[in-house]
Design a protein around this ligand. Sequence first.
Ligand code: ZN
Length: 282
Amino acid sequence: MMLVAITYHEDFGKHGFSVLKERIRPSFENLMESGLVDGENVQVFKARPAPLELVEKAHTVAHMANMKSDPYEKVALLSAGSVMMAAEMVAEGRARNAFAYTGTAGHHASRGSCWGFCYFNDVAITILRLREIGLQRFLIVDVDPHFGDGTRDFFKDDADVFHINLHSGSGEEHDSLRNNYDIGLSFGAGNERFLAALKSALELARDFDFQTAFVIFGHDSHQDDYGGFDLTFEAYPRMAQMIVEAVGDRGLVFVLSGGSCVHVAEHVIPDVISVLAGRWPA
Ligand SMILES: [Zn+2]
């Protein structure tokens, strides 16, 4: 079995949302130069757009109509398709783990509205697809410092989706009946605070029997990037390792979310993928 499937399309860097797109090509080039992608254990696949009929099942008629005139519609469909393709390879046992590049983000896209560089909810659409092929229970770990309100809109009443939100905000709220867990980290949370919160969040999910896990991977959590956390490079491979250990031999899909800094993406994307490939420390 392949260790990591990476889904990518050059349009993410060319036509992605303006804040998000500059990081795409340099980080991909760094990844290709790293020697990690060997065409066997770690492979890159060209993303295809998500099928419209599936996206229409996830979002409202009005939202789909609004998107028709949006300049980001095409790249948003391609982004959702990238996540779907990555997750299918994991679900079908072709790859142990996956990393999906995107050109727009997804976690602020609700059924009927969206904001914050998000258009279609890539993970919600992908879960619809995986349920069509028989999977039912999923873990979502959202480590982007912005609250994943769109994803929550989709799954707030769905106890078969265990949704962990680590966000820059205050307080903790656990709804163990419906498996919604919000962990607010005060503004400027650093590595140790973030990793300790992640550890305890993953412990909450220990007895939840899921088939595939998604990580909403926003590197806007880095201290040089625009989000509310204050992480340094060291945090990212440690975060990925912690999640890999918690997920075990179930499928794990990293989904690229927020982040604009080129030098951050150039570091953290190859670092995370090397953990997913079992090659960390390099
Ligand atoms: Zn974010």
